[in-house]
Unconditional design. Structure first.
Length: 291
């Protein structure tokens, strides 16, 4: 199995305009002439445009298909880190592709979907019955919907589905020729209630790279506790969370908080050799939680 960023295609570059304007301003300043505000304003606009520049990445899947994503070229853009694909998302997708039976004909809820790599890969290879993407950042949700379109999913006109929270609800529903039901929902972990989650009925809950900030750990655990009671049959969903361990203290805090509320966990053993054709951080782990 291979999951590999095949190519990167950048939109028309702003580099030339930035360099041209910088040199023009230098020439103008060297003449001791009065500063031209228009030049500085234009340069500022170009620099701002560079910060939000998008690129397109193609990730090859074992089926020969690929996941095409519009991503930010900056790790932090629009006040969020959710506009790029992180190693934990790649690792979770790789594990899913190797274990399609976990997802086949089941309802999957992804927390913190970001721009959609893991979910799109699962939908293209694991044949889930329903896949619910969720996030809470408007910029991320817009990019996620674009990436669903890029990968051949067609939004159904007039389709409505939402989780109404105290903040704001938003919905998009999509499907493709493989007939998984795809949903994109705005989901705020701290404000959504058990009653509002009843309509989801997930069999599987997954997340990638959501354990990076101590301040959101309690909200994440609270969300898992709500999900543990939302199914009509009272059978808790299976939960898998992939994390890149950047700060061991934060990761251990997550484990300690899980222990504190009685959520058992175990590490999914890593296979010997990664099938990625590029360097994947070795400190990515997947926890299975028993909520």
């Amino acid at each position: 199995t291979i999951l590999h960023p095949l190519c990167v295609k950048y939109p028309p570059s702003t580099t030339y305009r930035r360099c041209f304007l910088t040199e023009l301003i230098k020439k103008h300043e060297s003449t001791a002439a009065e500063p031209l505000d228009e030049l500085y304003d234009t340069l500022a606009d170009v620099l701002k445009e560079e910060e939000s520049t998008q690129c397109y990445k193609n990730y090859l899947l074992p089926t020969g298909d690929c996941v095409t994503l519009s991503e930010s070229t900056a790790m932090i853009s629009g006040g969020t880190t959710g506009l790029v694909t992180w190693d934990a998302a790649l690792r979770l997708a790789e594990w899913a592709v190797e274990n399609p039976e976990v997802f086949s004909d089941r309802t999957v809820l992804e927390l913190g979907s970001g721009i959609g790599f893991t979910g799109i890969a699962i939908c293209k290879t694991c044949q889930p019955k329903t896949y619910i993407f969720s996030d809470c950042h408007q910029c991320v949700l817009r990019q996620l919907r674009e990436n669903i379109h890029l990968n051949g999913f067609v939004l159904e006109p007039g389709a409505t589905w939402s989780i109404q929270t105290e903040s704001q609800g938003q919905e998009v529903e999509a499907k493709n020729c493989q007939n998984p039901k795809l949903i994109v929902a705005e989901l705020d972990w701290s404000s959504v209630t058990e009653k509002q989650l009843v309509c989801l009925q997930p069999d599987i809950v997954i997340a990638a790279d959501v354990v990076y900030d101590p301040e959101i750990i309690l909200a994440l655990i609270g969300m898992l506790q709500k999900l543990s009671t939302c199914r009509a049959d009272r059978k808790a969903p299976e939960v898998f969370i992939a994390s890149t361990i950047r700060n061991p203290d934060t990761y251990h805090l997550f484990q300690a908080e899980l222990d504190k509320v009685g959520i058992r966990w175990q590490i999914i053993p890593a296979h010997g050799n990664s099938n990625f054709l590029y360097d994947v951080q070795p400190n990515v782990t997947i926890l299975q939680l028993f909520i």
